[in-house]
Design a protein around this ligand. Structure first.
Ligand code: LLP
Length: 434
């Protein structure tokens, strides 16, 4: 990745910081995030929106990929909006002082409390998932004497050829309303009749870790056709088109992602051309990348423990973290690359499997990777762990979560503290009568 290099000591460096020094300072496992690369990615997206779509749009950071208060601050400073999907993510943004007029609230099953928090906070947009939810939002807004600006999560029915678990644009999906059976038109029509709802936009998200431009262009086309249909049938001009996130990143050398700007460039062109053909007004355009903003900017440092060479079968190198800090192999068989951080220039000499320390056979981080000779005490860096690692971490086996350190120009500082055993038992109760 762009933020990594090997220094004169043969140590891996990220953001100008020696990984062995970071490990000494904070211990392992340790998440390290390169601030320069995160900001660079934010700027690439925002710059492309300005350049290719005349600034008539907004790029949101999908906070689910890495939601912390410091990250909210970075997104704010870079002029991005924020996509939140829960009360917890919204609360994080609120506490970080993130401007609420740049927050979009997603989710397929928002609670009344979450809807209340969203409306009380005057966020920019609630993305409605279904009819029942629309009625709840209208009722809460009415109660508070406010109008909720909403958009609708639509299933464009596009197969973006990604892993089943992360495919969300299909008909058989728990997210949103379908186009086919008239469901989408029906919910928009219903919203037009509600006193405390203002229809602002439509939204779709076709999947994640996509390497292709085509599915995005197709999604834009399908969604614009719907906007045209709404105009024709309901006489309503939908002003905002949100095309979601999903842009792929390089986890392993074989991955070949497209420059991030290209997504916005190509979709902008598609949208402009189609609007002209269909004689509809160019909508305000929203994109919501998560993974591609933070994924490549993060690494996780682990200390090597037990090394088990099962003759003619497999060599297991166990580290001091695992599926509790990175469940993505266990969940999706995701692939990762790794570097021996304390001897980054050592030649690859063997094939091994990096395993975690959780009590579960499936607790693997990387299966069958070529690495240098490794022994107990070595420092391993797993690369491109900036997205959906910290945010999907757990306390399985009562393992405290690692801290997150932000690095830039040779400086480092903590943005999430390491959990300790006190944190682990914080909410435990032994009832009096037990
Ligand atoms: N917008 C919506 C409505 C989404 O559902 C998502 C991701 C995004 C934006 C951001 O997508 P991104 O640019 O990060 O691909 N846990 C999985 C990924 C789940 C993505 C869910 N939705 C993983 O670790 O691969």
């Amino acid at each position: 990745s762009d933020c990594l290099k090997t220094n004169e000591l043969g140590h891996l460096e990220i953001g100008g910081c020696d990984c062995t020094e970071l490990a000494r300072e904070y211990g392992t496992p340790l998440y390290v995030m390169d601030e320069g690369l995160i900001r660079g990615n934010c700027r690439a997206y925002k710059g492309a929106m300005d350049k290719y779509y005349g600034g008539n749009g907004m790029v949101l950071f999908a906070s689910k990929a890495f939601c912390t208060m410091a990250m909210c601050r970075i997104a704010q400073q870079e002029g991005l909006g924020l996509d939140v999907v829960s009360g917890g993510e919204l609360y994080t943004a609120l506490k970080a002082g993130f401007p609420m007029d740049r927050v979009y609230f997603h989710g397929n099953n928002k609670t009344i409390e979450e809807i209340e928090l969203a409306i009380d906070s005057d966020i920019k947009r609630i993305v409605v998932d279904n009819k029942e939810e629309l009625l709840k939002i209208n009722a809460v807004a009415a109660q508070k004497g406010k109008t909720a600006d909403v958009s609708f999560r639509i299933k464009p029915g596009i197969d973006a050829h990604t892993h089943d678990f992360v495919r969300t644009g299909q008909i058989d999906s728990k997210f949103g309303v379908a186009l086919e059976n008239g469901e989408a038109l029906e919910i928009v029509s219903m919203a037009c009749g509600l006193s405390n709802i203002r229809v602002a936009g439509v939204h779709c998200h076709i999947g994640s870790q996509i390497f292709d431009l085509k599915p995005f262009e197709l999604a834009a086309q399908v969604m614009l056709q719907f906007i045209a249909l709404v105009k024709e049938r309901l006489g309503l001009e939908i002003e905002e088109l949100n095309l979601g996130g999903g842009f792929g990143i390089k986890y392993i050398p074989q991955h070949d992602p497209i420059e991030y700007e290209s997504y916005i460039e190509s979709v902008s062109k598609t949208v402009r051309d189609l609007c002209e053909d269909m004689k509809i007004k160019q909508p305000f355009m929203v994109m919501e990348p998560g993974r591609s903003i933070v994924g490549p900017a993060g690494i996780t440092l682990y200390t090597v423990g037990a090394v088990k060479d099962i003759k003619d079968v497999r060599k297991y190198v166990s580290v001091d973290g695992g599926m509790c800090d990175n469940p993505r192999y266990a969940l999706y068989q995701s692939e990762y690359d790794s570097v021996l951080a304390n001897r980054a220039d050592a030649p690859k000499a063997q094939k091994l499997t990096v395993a975690g320390k959780c009590c579960e056979s499936g607790d693997i981080l990387i299966k069958d990777i070529h690495m240098p000779e490794i022994k107990e005490g070595d420092l391993l860096a797993v690369l491109a762990t900036g997205a959906y690692n910290y945010s999907m971490s757990s306390n399985y086996n009562r393992i405290p979560r690692p801290p997150v350190v932000l690095v830039k120009d040779g400086r480092y500082r903590l943005i999430v503290k390491r959990e300790d055993f006190e944190d682990i038992i914080r909410n435990d109760i032994i009832p009096e009568d037990l």
